[in-house]
Design a protein around this ligand. Sequence first.
Ligand code: PMP
Length: 411
Amino acid sequence: ALLFDVEAVRRDFPQLHREVNGHPLAWLDNGATTLKPRQVAEAVARYCTAGASNVHRGAHTLAREATEAYEDGRAEAARLLGAPDPAQVVFVRGTTEAVNLVAQSWGRANLGTGDEILVTAAEHHSNLVPWQLIAAERRARVRPVPLLPDGRIDQDAYRDLLGPRTRLVALTHASNVLGTVPPVAEMTALAHRHGAVVLVDGAQAVSHFPVDVTESDVDFYAFSGHKVFAPTGIGVLYGKRPLLEAMPPWQGGGNMIESVGFDRTTYAPLPHRLEAGTGHISGAAGLAAALRYLRGLDRAAATAHEERLTAHAATALAAVPGLRLVGGPPGRIGVLTFVLDGTDPLDVAHALDRLGIAVRAGHHCAQPALAAYGLTAAVRASPALYNNHQEVDRLAAALHRIAAGEEPLRE
Ligand code: PMP
């Protein structure tokens, strides 16, 4: 087994050491957002306390420093994704904005009456609703790719759905509810045979396993900084160069132009053409620090640790009387979604919170995925690389007490 010094990593994340409701915090809500290592806080603080400046245009030292910090974030994101060129990395607010950008720009230019967008039933609403919006406008159709009972995407159905009208496939790299990790490269190759482009939602993938957009040959790839140890408000859209270059600007303003006149306005080259207005400079500095931190870890060992932890959690949770895990067997990313007989998911989350254990309850912005299991809400525990076996054991012990009626479910 690959060794991973989780306790050493934990020392880098100050928030892991706080108390909540009189108990040490067990942060098992990483699917919602991840905690930040000290290095990220320091990078953001450095910008705010010494480096505040706008980028790209100033003729002074601090503008140069800020530009370096900003572009460092872009370069680290390109490196994380295996992108050939940082100019193919567009800064956005997050995954949601990245998908909306593609839908509103690429979609408006490329979708017409009767065209089809395939969206898997495992998608987060952010990789579904933007397609519904643009489809309604362009008279195109959104078609769902169904799931198998174990949470995998039905590949036979996918093959049947692909056709001459398919323009785009919207595909998650890791489901935030089921933990499913689809065969992205294979599904992309199939889509390409039909002339369709593929947009992959990497929000839940990037913190859990290495990604390579060149190897998988996907056309667009989106992720959010805050799910990979960086601050909120900064995220990334990667795209293949010819696709990005052909996309009409979707927002106009400063930063994105080459020259502006009332007769004629021309646009800056990539990536700035798709980045109107002042960007999230401190966020990009934080993203650079987060991705550099991740790069400094032994990724194979980290992934092996997460897999051991997830397998342990799946076994421990399955032993709780009346607990039903949703989706497939472990081996997926660390997402454990479950319901407990006779309880409301929100009550369970509140009871866990009183014991210092943070999990999420609700529909997880993936109502079709839960509906495939006949559910409208569930509890989700989602470990990250800095969680340890003790935290999972605390969760399991608390759930045993809840199942036995030993914890009050209402205040
Ligand atoms: N896709 C998936 C799979 C997610 O888990 C999330 C966040 N829960 C998103 C997209 C949306 O990310 P954001 O809210 O950061 O835009």
